[in-house]
Each structure stands twice: as C-alpha cells, then as structure tokens.
Design a binder for this molecule. Structure first.
Ligand code: PDD
Length: 281
C-alpha cells in the first residue's frame, strides 16, 4: 500500500510523521473519511467543504489548493487500486517544539492521505442483519461539530460497545437526548413514518452521509423532522439506523439489550439505502 505524507508517496508500512507533530502531541488536527465506490469518490465536494470549515474553525491554513488536494486523493486511490473502499485524509498544525500556543505562522501543516479497499459483502451482511448498539453518556467537548482527530471519548465508547457485544455506542447528553454515535449519526423513524434526526446546530457532527440521505429522502417523498429525541423515544421507535461514510445506512436492531422494532431491520431504512446507492452512482 502507498500513502501520501507531506508531499511524497511512500510505502504505507514505512510512512511516518515526526514525534513532535502537533497531531500526535495535542490532537491538533482535523480529518475526513470518504467512501470510494466503483472508482468514484462519493460526495467529495461536500467532504472538502467540511474540511475547509474544520480547518478554519481551529485556524489551520489549508495545506494546498482544493484542486491540488483532489489530485492527491485521486492519486492515492489510484496507486492503491481502490475501486470500492475508503480514503482517509488528515491535516495537523505541523511539527514544532512542544508548546500549547500555536507555532509560528510559517510552520507548514502536515497532510497525510491513505486509501484502502473494503469488502462490500461485509457491509451487505450488516445491512441485512442489522447491528447492536449500546448507549453511553456523551462526555465529549462542546465543539463536536469540528471533525478533529481528538477522538479519545469516541474510541473509549466504541471499545465499551465492543466489550458489550455491540458494534456502535450512541451518546446521550445530560438531558437524556440522543446526540450521535461514536462515529455515526443516528436516525429514528417515528410512529407517523417521519425520519427524525437531531439538528446539526449543536451536539453532533454534520455528517455528509446525513446531508445526502436528506436529499434522498426528499426525492422519495419521506418527510424529515430535524429535532432532538430522547433515549426512550429511540427505544420505542419504529426503526433506528445510523449513517456514516463508512457504513452508509446500518439498521440497528438492538440497543442496551432491548429489541428495536421486533429485532428486524426496518423497511424505510432499506428503501432509503437502496435509493442512496442509485442516486449516488
Ligand atoms: N466518522 N459523527 C461522528 C462523531 C463521526 O465520526 C462521523 C464519521 C459521523 C458521520 O459523518 P459522515 O457521514 O460525514 O461520515 C458522525 C468517520 C467515518 C470516522 O471517524 O471513521
């Protein structure tokens, strides 16, 4: 495998960054994960818009122009022969002597891009059978709208889920409301058949898959309510599913040991998922 690291294409197993990279010492960086399907990058402009926003929120200057970045991403996908898979892109504030305050403005940002193939049959299996989740208190900072590499609470939550025999952890805020998954956005279908998901203004990352799924639902004539919902409402929902670039739309059939919708993937999430693949192609 080949990775892009600060201007060079290098062997993945030999790729490295400096020990004083601020991403390593302070989690001072942001990232994107994008799906590659049939050799095409899904929703690339939206991912790059969000990257620009994340960078500007933490005041890192973009490492290169958008056109150059697109070139790098395509080249990494090409060199790794990825037809179906994911690419990962990370920008940090660069390498400097350890100091909490920013390094001088001429310190170049670090840019790393990798790509890997994924097995569509694994995703198909999870879609068909649904996955299990647990709920955990949302103990993250207030700026989860920025896609930073500071993912320790998310990693701990996913690990807790794994140890409980589940595949995702769903964060619950101090008011008992669902925020999002450890690496996904959460949706429910209410009793009237509306899609419900938390507004992106506070407490969640504005998922690109979330945005695209809204376009898909509109085309299908399914109504969307952007409002908060509680853990209790989720447990009683007609359907629960999660979205992310890595998983598109996974039905959840059990949460905290309680069956959702009789433990079977729902029909609305299935309909949306099929349409998603048609529209995105
Ligand atoms: N995570 N919320 C969180 C906390 C996430 O980490 C992600 C994605 C999402 C969904 O965003 P999108 O639809 O743009 O992928 C929501 C990526 C996939 C990851 O960390 O691997």
């Amino acid at each position: 495998r080949i990775a892009y690291v600060n201007g060079r294409y290098v062997q993945h197993n030999k790729a490295s960054v400096h020990i004083e990279d601020r991403g390593y010492q302070f989690a001072d960086g942001v990232y994107e994960v994008c799906e590659i399907r049939h050799g095409l990058i899904v929703d690339l402009p939206r991912h790059l818009d969000r990257l620009d926003r994340s960078l500007s929120e933490i005041r890192i200057r973009p490492p290169m122009s958008r056109a150059a970045l697109v070139q790098v991403v395509r080249e990494v996908a090409r060199r790794n022969h990825v037809k179906n898979g994911l690419f990962y892109l990370q920008v940090t504030r660069g390498v400097a002597k350890r100091d909490h305050v920013f390094p001088s403005a001429d310190t170049p940002a670090s840019l790393v891009v990798t790509a890997k193939s994924t097995d569509p049959s694994v995703i198909a299996r999870k879609n068909a059978s649904g996955i299990k989740a647990i709920t955990v208190p949302d103990n993250r900072w207030d700026r989860v709208d920025i896609k930073t590499v500071g993912l320790l609470p998310n990693a701990l939550a996913r690990q807790t889920a794994k140890e409980a025999g589940a595949q995702e952890a769903i964060f619950i805020d101090s008011r008992g409301m669902v925020t999002e998954g450890a690496a996904t956005n959460v949706w429910i279908v209410d009793a009237d058949g509306n899609l419900v998901t938390r507004p992106a203004e506070h407490g969640i990352l504005r998922g690109i898959t979330r945005t695209t799924l809204m376009d898909v639902a509109k085309k299908l004539g399914i109504s969307i309510r952007e409002r908060e919902f509680s853990r209790e409402e989720m447990l009683e929902a007609r359907e629960v599913f999660i979205t992310a670039a890595t998983s598109i739309c996974f039905p959840i059939v059990e949460i905290d040991g309680i069956s959702i919708a009789n433990g079977h993937p729902g029909t609305i999430s299935e309909k949306i998922r099929s349409a998603f693949f048609e529209i995105a192609e």
